[in-house]
Design a protein around this ligand. Structure first.
Ligand code: AMP
Length: 548
């Protein structure tokens, strides 16, 4: 696996500074391939999906071409959903942090248009918009297209799924001939290839060529968590499984530092490994890990290369990796030399789709798990201590100690059972003491347990992948008579729930209602997201269809 450093890509110093702040250690595979071509001004078709670093893959070269003195729009990025438009503009803003005078604005349906018009008038160079709203501004002449030199179609296949083909074509036709056109898409259906033929000039295809990967035989789990609960869940897993040595992977140097701090603050022996460390520091960290002085090594992908430690019992993906190959390399750090290993993935929101992709591509199974509750952690800890007690009982002559205990129990008014319970509590340490307290409903923990219940529920619904039982049929009280097209429904579901449109199954439209199929495991999320949603300005109600 070749590593491409950002330093080798001849980037603008201001952008380099922003990248350093973001804590990126190296270019992701798609960035390593796309950026050099884009910097030459070539059109590209990038086959990449969310989570691969694709936003920066087009954002960095695009920003490099922006003239901060020219206040007119110079680049436009089209996205299928409001959510993605916001996400992309946040990432581009972070990259443009030191580029004074560069303004980035998301424009999407649902937001008051007057406000957008005012912001556009103030001068915006990079626009990130959903096709419908961009067309709206074009009609009103509130977006001037004559200085646009770069256009990006982000998640082009999703835009197609959502019925934006015509809009995309209209917008592309309205742009200056002399421009760079970058298209990113997870899949390459024919309509996408047609757009490439009609609107791109000799596009270069960029995709990460996948090698045959052998997935090590490691039991793999994943947990759906909220970002603010990641550290807590990580600690619970460490407590519950108590691995002798663990390697924890993060995607950025910054995250490595933050996590190490968080773990150390909670009393774990953790140390970090990333590219900013000097050789002697790395050697020290590795020595400590090998000898077991630190039992948790937190690392980036690049830094973890070449780590060769045999008895790593668990790998944690604190961040979902950006590439399938990284995943396989990461989990290969455990389960070596015939030992059993475990891999744990913490997954936030839409990252679950990335993980599914990894699962599909690597032909492996990543088992969904409920977040361990505090009671699980407490009872496992207690069991461990009691197991040790059992060994002591078997192997030692305890008569003298029994005398001491007996004497004390006779003097005091507690029983040997009380005494054993108190000793157990003491043995469980400070943390055990906290865990045993009643009334500990910290809000954050309540959230966690909610999530835990949800994922338990979700787990029961899985298991028979690929069969019809995996699909839930949902009913919506809107249909053809209300002037609705399947694309509108697909768009609303994808836009509101964040589930990729390609995961929506058949859409059966009738005059006044519609049935839509979605993967059963996402049905509840979709229903919840659609609560209170509007389609083409109409309130809709969605529920499970009456069919088992
Ligand atoms: P994307 O695929 O664009 O949705 O990016 C997914 C996440 O990866 C975002 O949080 C980015 O900030 C992050 N990211 C992008 N490039 C890199 C990189 N080279 N190293 C680490 N993280 C990155």
């Amino acid at each position: 696996m070749e590593t491409i450093r950002f330093e080798d890509l001849e980037l603008d110093a201001k952008i380099m500074r922003a990248i350093t702040d973001m804590g990126f250690e190296a270019a992701s595979p798609i960035q390593g391939q796309a950026i050099p071509l884009e910097l030459q001004g070539l059109d590209i078709i990038g086959q990449a999906q969310t989570g691969t670093g694709k936003t920066a893959a087009f954002g960095i070269p695009l920003l490099q071409k922006i003239d901060p003195k020219n206040k007119k729009p110079q680049a436009i990025i089209l996205c299928p959903t409001r959510e993605l438009a916001i996400q992309v503009s946040e990432e581009i803003r972070r990259l443009a942090k030191y580029m004074h005078g560069v303004k980035v604005l998301p424009i999407y349906g649902g937001q008051e248009i007057g406000r957008q018009i005012r912001s556009l008038k103030d001068g915006v160079q990079v626009i990130i918009g959903t096709p419908g709203r961009v067309m709206d501004h074009m009609r009103r002449k509130t977006v001037k297209m004559d200085q646009i030199h770069t256009v990006v179609l982000d998640e082009a296949d999703e835009m197609l799924n959502m019925g934006f083909l015509e809009d995309m074509e209209t917008i592309l036709s309205a742009l200056p001939e002399e421009r760079q056109t970058l298209m990113f898409s997870a899949t390459m259906p024919q309509a996408i290839q047609r757009i490439a033929t009609n609107f791109q000039k000799d596009p270069q295809i960029v995709r990460v060529v996948k090698k045959e990967l052998t997935v090590p035989k490691v039991t793999q789990y994943y947990y759906e968590v909220k970002p603010k609960n990641k550290l807590e869940v990580m600690c619970r897993l460490l407590d519950l499984y108590d691995p002798k040595l663990s390697v924890v992977f993060c995607n950025t140097k910054k995250q490595v530092d933050e996590l190490v701090q968080g773990l150390q603050g909670r009393g774990y022996f953790a140390e970090g490994l990333h590219g900013d460390l000097k050789q002697e520091q790395r050697d020290r960290v590795m020595r400590a890990f090998r000898t077991g002085r630190t039992d948790i090594l937190v690392a980036t992908d690049v830094a973890a290369r070449g780590i060769d430690v045999d008895d790593v019992e668990a790998v944690f993906n604190y961040d979902v990796p950006q590439d399938d190959e990284y995943y396989v390399h990461r989990i290969g750090r455990t389960g070596r030399a015939g030992r059993e290993g475990k891999a744990f993935n913490l997954v936030v929101g839409k990252e679950v789709y990335k993980l599914r992709e990894i699962q599909r591509y690597c032909k492996t199974r990543i088992i969904p798990q409920a977040i361990p509750s505090l009671d699980d952690v407490t009872s496992i800890k207690a069991d461990k201590i009691l197991d040790q007690v059992g060994e002591v009982l078997q192997d030692s002559d305890l008569s003298k100690v029994i005398d001491i205990v007996e004497k004390r129990v006779l003097e005091e008014d507690y029983t040997t059972l009380d005494l054993a319970a108190a000793l157990l509590k003491m043995m469980m340490g400070e943390e055990g003491e906290e865990l045993l307290e009643e009334n500990r409903p910290l809000r954050e923990l309540e959230d966690l347990e909610d999530e835990s219940r949800r994922s338990r529920g979700g787990r029961n619904g899985r298991g028979s992948r690929g069969r019809n039982e995996d699909v839930a049929r949902l009913f919506i009280n809107i249909g053809k008579n209300q002037g609705i097209r399947p694309g509108d429904i697909l768009g609303a579901i994808a836009g509101e729930s964040g589930m990729p449109g390609r995961m929506v199954g058949s859409i059966d439209m009738f005059d006044n209602y519609t049935f839509v199929e979605v993967p059963r495991e996402h049905a509840d999320v979709v229903l919840q997201a659609m609560r209170g949603a509007k389609i083409k300005g109409k309130n809709v109600h969605m529920e499970k269809a009456n069919r088992k």
